[in-house]
Design a protein around this ligand. Sequence first.
Ligand code: PBG
Length: 325
Amino acid sequence: MKDFKRSRRLRSSAEMRCLVQETTVHISDLIYPMFVVHGENIKREIPNLFGQYHHSVDQLKKAVGEVVELGIKAIVLFGLPEVKDEEASGAYAAEGIVQQAIREVKKHYPNLLVITDVCLCQYTSHGHCGVVKEGTVNNDESIETLASTALSHAMAGADMVAPSDMMDGRVGRIREVLDENNFKHIPIMSYSVKYASAFYGPFRSAANCAPQFGDRKTYQMDPANRLEAIRQVQADLEEGADIIMVKPALAYIDIIREVRDRFSMPLAAYHVSGEYAMIKLAAKHGLLKEEESMVEALTAIKRAGADMILTYFAKDMARWIRRNG
Ligand code: PBG
């Protein structure tokens, strides 16, 4: 009688499993988000984002040094300005918090890729991602401010800009303004497919950017929609995006796969604050093994088709890869 299929032959030892392993997360796939605040000598743990810190500019040499030492090749910078206003003027100020941070990081680590989150929500008094006119977020005025913000980041030395605001036409407008100002060589990583997600919860306290009225559903996507994601990516590619992103990652793992199958552009996925906090908190309570859960989550995101992953676990994952890779 013919024997049945013996799948367990290839699972018999760690060495055998390694040999047939299909997906590997590399340190070069990881992008580490960092938060910069005004002031001096500040290294403060962010409430709800266990193990992540607010750093003042003078602390970045040391903090980013640890990231570089681990072999991580890219960070994404978020800024918390001293004052917020209606115009989000802190977002595009030459001496703004992110602009200072970029210069400091590039001075010490010229080869590290410094990506900047381009959005207004940390900088507006109302906490929306765009400029508010007559009670609503005004698209066309917002994209002008976003383009000025992206330009100010490029002028400070950013290697890539990453608009996360979800206004229509912002990728095209940013591309135009960068091109007109001799920044044709600076790529745009677009948060193309960004859902209106509850999993951003801890980030809003980290970046102090919860909207003061309403919500983000008039610009971020409905979690129920799949085809809309395809249309968003198409539009961003037509406008000149160089890298596209799906965010969050785990609850949208099907979207990552679908975008991967349909488009040939490099694809990023953002394993967001809530996804990170869930693992951290469950592990703290002894419900999950933290490292195994981290590796499983990030491997799943890569397996789904992401080429790179923005994750608060970047340093922990890099350490794990160095030990086990
Ligand atoms: C800014 C922005 C947000 C995140 C990244 N950029 C928050 C939001 O849109 O509400 C979320 C990141 C995270 O949760 O880790 N718009």
